[in-house]
Design a binder for this molecule. Structure first.
Ligand code: FES
Length: 103
């Protein structure tokens, strides 16, 4: 028998866990962030990757975290393109990762 394991999110929150929760969806599934999180933090505390590159399909998770490298683009279900490290999470956001960003 093979054990089924669920991949752990890339980021694990160790501090400031008492902030108000912010519900959003990630690839159609309910997720939670905390008030003050960027979209990048919100996604990576719920997922192993932010998106997949449109060139090779490799997973990406941002790089500079200060708005300079352009590695953290992510789309909403509505097709809006956001820079994950420079956009604050908002209640009700519907974000897409991985191949879903290629629509
Ligand atoms: S991680 Fe570099 S611009 Fe967002």
């Amino acid at each position: 028998m093979t054990a089924v394991t669920t991949p752990r999110p890339l980021l694990v929150r160790l501090a400031e866990t008492g902030r108000e929760h912010v519900p959003f969806t990630l690839d159609g599934k309910a997720a939670e962030a905390l008030v003050g999180d960027t979209v990048l933090t919100a996604v990576l505390t719920n997922s192993t990757t932010l998106r997949r590159t449109e060139f090779s399909g490799e997973p990406r998770a941002g790089f500079c975290l200060i708005g300079a490298c352009q590695d953290c683009w992510i789309r909403t279900e509505e097709g809006v393109r956001l820079r994950g490290c420079a956009t604050m999470i908002v209640s009700g956001m519907r974000l897409l990762t991985a191949a879903e960003t290629e629509r």
